[in-house]
Unconditional design. Structure first.
Length: 280
């Protein structure tokens, strides 16, 4: 259901995030957006101050007919060039630019119409309401942040009237497999004006092929030979060393030498003995 305003003297500003709306309509419904009818729904019977569309321009200039169509609808177009980084990543968004324009124009507006489903605009909506203005959000509900819907004073769901807000392609068929684009996000996008091509039927029915895993790594068996080629099954007796040549212990124990005899030297006789008296 589309909620409408009935106050004719309210001043309205419509701010369109083209990238967000374009990719929402393409990814969900495979169609293009009728921006003229969206602006009419946002204005209703109120006074339009400005309607601005924020979009990205590319080096090829393929989007120029689209920009001209917006001008014919009475919509101003603010564009910036697509940024391309060395790694191949592309960047193009208007979050900050839209926020700055709304804040600058807020004194001449009573109603701010935000045509986007991006949740990054929630702080902007809170600021608009704190300044005593009405915050109206228009988007496709399937691609809209819940926080942005809760923040809005008035919310219009474009999915409730697709015949009014979409430009249908009669040859369109729902895609079972869509070719992804490197810029196919709401933050990194460009103003493409063509549908992604369907994959050939042969590729759709081609079974998945799984590569066989690599053979497990083979490790060489570690050398278990004891140091110095000792035979651990034959332990040496205490106090003996193994034979250095073959690593085997000698079979015969070395001969035991007899202990040397120590001769005692005669000493002085003790006192009060026959020998001591004899010497005296």
């Amino acid at each position: 259901m589309i909620m409408q305003f009935s106050h004719q003297h309210r001043r309205v500003g419509v701010f369109i995030d083209v990238q967000n709306m374009y990719y929402s309509a393409r990814n969900i419904y495979g169609s293009k957006v009728n921006f003229g009818n969206i602006v009419k729904a946002g204005i209703n019977d109120q006074q339009l101050v400005r309607a601005i569309a924020y979009t990205i321009s590319t080096k090829t200039g393929d989007e120029q007919p689209f920009f001209e169509a917006l001008h014919k609808m009475g919509i101003e177009v603010n564009m910036k060039e697509l940024l391309e980084y060395e790694g191949g990543q592309k960047k193009g968004d208007w979050d900050v630019g839209i926020t700055v324009d709304i804040i600058r124009m807020l004194d001449m507006l009573d109603v701010v119409v935000m045509v986007s489903g991006d949740g990054d605009y929630v702080p902007l909506g809170e600021y608009v309401k704190n300044r005593g203005r009405m915050f109206h959000v228009i988007s496709f509900r399937e691609s809209t942040s819940n926080k942005l819907v809760d923040c809005a004073d008035v919310y219009t769901n474009l999915s409730d009237d697709l015949n009014t807000f979409l430009i249908r392609d009669p040859n369109y068929r729902p895609q079972t497999h869509r070719v992804a684009s490197v810029t196919d996000t709401f933050s990194d996008v460009i103003a493409e004006q063509g549908e992604n091509k369907m994959l050939p039927a042969a590729e759709k029915t081609k079974p998945l092929e799984f590569k066989t895993p690599n053979p497990p790594l083979q490790f060489k068996q570690a050398n278990t030979t004891p140091l110095h080629n000792f035979q651990t099954s034959k332990l040496p007796p205490p106090g003996q060393r193994p034979d250095r040549a073959g690593g085997n212990f000698p079979q015969k124990a070395p001969p035991v030498r007899p202990a040397p005899t120590i001769k005692k030297r005669p000493g002085r006789p003790k006192k009060n003995t026959p020998q001591s008296q004899k010497h005296a």
